[in-house]
Design a protein around this ligand. Structure first.
Ligand SMILES: Nc1ncnc2c1ncn2[C@@H]1O[C@H](COP(=O)(O)OP(=O)(O)O)[C@@H](O)[C@H]1O
Ligand SMILES: [Mg+2]
Length: 323
């Protein structure tokens, strides 16, 4: 007889809520995941790290956890490090990949080093030479905090005179602020599931926002943003994007799952990587579930597949004990 999911996974924690700017989204992601896992007979329990301590997490004696947290202290490698210490396998990429992916600038350095295309960028500081930055990257350009998500603190700058205030806004969210060449073109996102050679890109999702303005409001609350999946790209372009995304995932050493944001530059049809999210949204409207559904994997099955890949960076030896 095959094992039940309860036997296979044991006691499962679903970590959601948390202390980041994306807490509200995480609450939606986590309740969706929790409900889906429970509906499949998994012994799953919610746990909000904003309300309870790491000692309490250890006391829960979870056999594995599903990380449905977004942003800092959930997606950025710090929680992954704590789970490594506790010896609790967790979903998604490990410590290093999570930490790099949380930093958009560091991610781009790794991608560029490996020949993967991403828009040109420049780090900013309060005393940056704004004219030189605008000259190097061209106008318009994008100013964004290197670590935040959900388009918080991001500005499209069309005039050099706006640069100082765009910098000041982004700096409210993060010490590291970057300027990036503005890409005019199609906006896409593409999930990856799996590890190493077995990792696979799922169908590409095309995002069509009103006025091509994909901000926090449009991202989470607007009915006007349209999501196309299948993307209606040509099969060759769909494949090119998926291969770029798969390479971006493998280059960072991701495992489990992630979702990369890509733009296709209108002027030359070149796909460019914007960022990779290592703990993507799992709300009812989120894009990974949308893409997985098109690939024939309903939400519940997606949650199970991600949970099944929960792992630790370091494989414990026989005599190893949680620290
Ligand atoms: N270089 C860019 N050119 C054009 N649009 C961009 C650029 N960078 C970001 N954007 C827009 O802002 C959105 C959010 O940016 P992104 O880098 O994905 O950060 P996050 O999703 O973490 O806020 C993108 O989905 C895109 O619509
Ligand atoms: Mg993004």
């Amino acid at each position: 007889m095959s094992k039940t999911l309860k036997e296979e996974f044991g006691r499962v924690g679903v970590l959601f809520g948390g202390r980041s700017a994306e807490r509200e989204i995480s609450l939606m992601s986590g309740s969706g995941v929790l409900k889906a896992l429970q509906s499949q007979g998994v012994d799953a329990h919610g746990f909000d790290p904003a309300q309870r301590t790491l000692a309490e997490l250890a006391a829960e004696k979870f056999d594995r956890v599903f990380i449905a947290l977004h942003g800092r202290y959930g997606e950025d490698g710090t929680l992954q490090g704590a789970l490594e210490q506790l010896g609790i396998p967790y979903t998604g990429p490990g410590v290093l990949a999570s930490a790099i992916a949380m930093d958009k600038a560091m991610t781009k350095r790794v991608w560029l080093h490996n020949g993967l295309s991403t828009p040109e960028f420049e780090m900013l500081s309060a005393d940056s030479d704004w004219t030189a930055v605008a000259k190097k990257l061209g106008l318009p350009l994008i100013v964004k905090p290197a670590h935040e998500g959900s388009t918080l603190g991001l500005t499209k700058v069309t005039d050099v005179a706006q640069l100082p205030s765009a910098y000041a806004l982004a700096a409210k969210f993060d010490k590291a602020v970057m300027a990036e060449a503005f890409i005019s073109g199609m906006e896409l996102t593409c999930p990856v599931l799996g590890a190493g050679d077995d990792a696979q890109a799922l169908p590409v999702v095309r995002i069509v926002a009103p006025d091509a303005n994909y901000d926090y409001q449009n991202k989470y609350f607007s009915d006007q943003t349209k999501y196309l999946c299948p993307s209606e790209l040509s099969p060759a372009m769909e494949k090119q994007v998926q291969e770029l995304v798969l390479a971006s995932y493998r280059t960072l050493g991701c495992r489990g799952w992630a979702r990369a944001d890509v733009m296709i530059r209108a002027s030359d049809s070149q796909p460019l990587l914007l960022e990779i999210n290592t703990s993507p949204g799992m709300t009812g409207h989120s894009l990974v579930p949308m893409s997985a559904a098109v690939a024939g994997m309903p939400y519940e099955q997606l949650c199970i597949a991600i949970l099944r890949m929960a792992a630790l960076d370091l494989r414990p030896t026989a005599d190893w004990k949680p620290g």
